[in-house]
Ligand binder design. Structure first.
Ligand code: BGC
Length: 369
């Protein structure tokens, strides 16, 4: 049920339809032997434009990526065009379109909605532009060239295991009452975070170690539109008042990231509940402080500097006409192709190892003192 890396459900149909549309309107792909198209394998001039299209600022890592991309690309000698799609998928479509028109050589995309950019990335491909999916995979399109990420399914597995560890550590003997939260349904990572976690939790639900008093387990019940904290707070307030009283106490919450973890903690506190064991992701400053204060149980460290540096290393390789370094050619079937990837290792952080894990992180170090 919670199979490994299930991205694209309607993928095959969508790809077939896209291919038909493309041949109907005479779409043309650039190839190395086709002088009409510009070959991505041939390299490009230093100083070329590199586009970076980021989603909304739904967590600190995206904000950090903006400045790291601006600085890193500029230092490496490129012209950087880094933008946020603050109002959503259609803004991002227009943004990518305009990066193509401006002559970008590479476009790096952190998609608001991984399944809404097929036409734009195909146009980029047709113009000889290399497309790199950043953190979130682009779905149902063969026009994406590479993916750079901290494996989202692995992140989910780590969160699921940490929730079990935290419950055993802080909440005595099983059974435990937990609630489940997932991310925004349009984010290609959401199902993978959730399925990764459920691959660990489901056997413990089945054997009675875990109970879910609200009964909410389906994606349409647990998803959080737009990754918004207020949506989690509202949902958790309702769950707590409707399902928890007397001996039924909330022991744990599976939360996919730090912003939503803090919302769940706020909701539990305002209901007067004891602090539940809550998972997170991103190592946001407020959550790291909360972990060190013994509140939020864990987070995941996905060092944004590594993600950005690896993306820029890909751009550097492409600039010289070389093949970028990849370390995974199997895991990321986006429904149209298996996307070659550079996979980075997510790290579990709890109160026990936080100072050690963040020892080289200048922002977290200065915050933590
Ligand atoms: C990222 C997470 C982030 C979330 C909300 C996901 O796609 O992988 O790191 O917390 O988006 O911004």
């Amino acid at each position: 049920m919670f199979g490994r890396r299930s991205w694209a459900k309607a993928a095959v149909a969508a790809v077939a339809a896209a291919t038909m549309m493309l041949s109907a309107c005479g779409g043309r792909e650039a190839t190395e032997t086709d002088p009409g198209g510009e070959a991505t394998a041939g390299g490009f001039e230093t100083g070329s434009l590199i586009g970076v299209s980021l989603p909304q600022k739904t967590s600190e890592n995206w904000v950090l990526a903006e400045s790291l991309f601006n600085d890193g690309l500029t230092e490496a000698g490129y012209e950087a065009d880094v933008q946020f799609a603050n109002s959503g998928a259609s803004e991002q479509q227009n943004q990518i379109q305009s990066m193509i028109t401006k002559g970008a050589k590479v476009i790096i995309v952190g998609a608001v909605d991984g399944s809404q950019l097929g036409a734009q990335v195909q146009q980029a491909k047709d113009a000889g532009i290399t497309v790199i999916a950043y953190d979130r995979l682009l779905l149902n399109t063969a026009a994406v060239d590479y993916y750079v990420a901290f494996d989202p399914y692995k992140v989910g597995e780590l969160q699921g295991q940490a929730l079990l560890d935290g419950l055993a550590e802080r909440k005595g003997e099983a059974p435990y009452n937990i609630e489940l939260i997932a991310g925004s349904p349009d984010d290609a990572n959401t199902a993978n975070f959730f399925n990764g976690a459920m691959s660990v939790l489901q056997p413990k639900i089945d054997d009675g170690t875990l109970e879910i008093p609200s009964g909410q387990v389906a994606m349409d019940q647990v998803a959080t539109q737009g990754w918004k904290a207020e949506n989690v707070q509202r949902r958790m307030d309702t769950i707590l008042s409707g399902n928890y009283s007397g001996d039924t106490t909330l022991d744990g919450v599976l939360s996919p990231n730090d912003t939503l973890a803090r919302a769940a903690l706020t909701s539990a506190a305002s209901a007067g509940a004891d602090t539940p064991v809550v998972t997170g992701q991103d190592s946001e400053v407020e959550s790291v402080k909360s972990i060190l204060a013994g509140e939020q149980y864990m987070t995941i460290y996905k060092d944004t500097r590594e993600l950005v540096n690896q993306s820029i290393a890909m751009v550097d390789a492409l600039q010289t006409g070389a093949e970028p370094e990849i370390n995974d050619t199997e895991s990321y079937d986006n429904g149209a192709k298996v996307v070659p990837a550079y996979n980075l290792e997510p790290v579990v952080v709890t109160e026990a190892n936080a100072r050690e894990v963040y020892a080289d992180d200048p922002i977290l170090q200065s915050e933590l003192g």
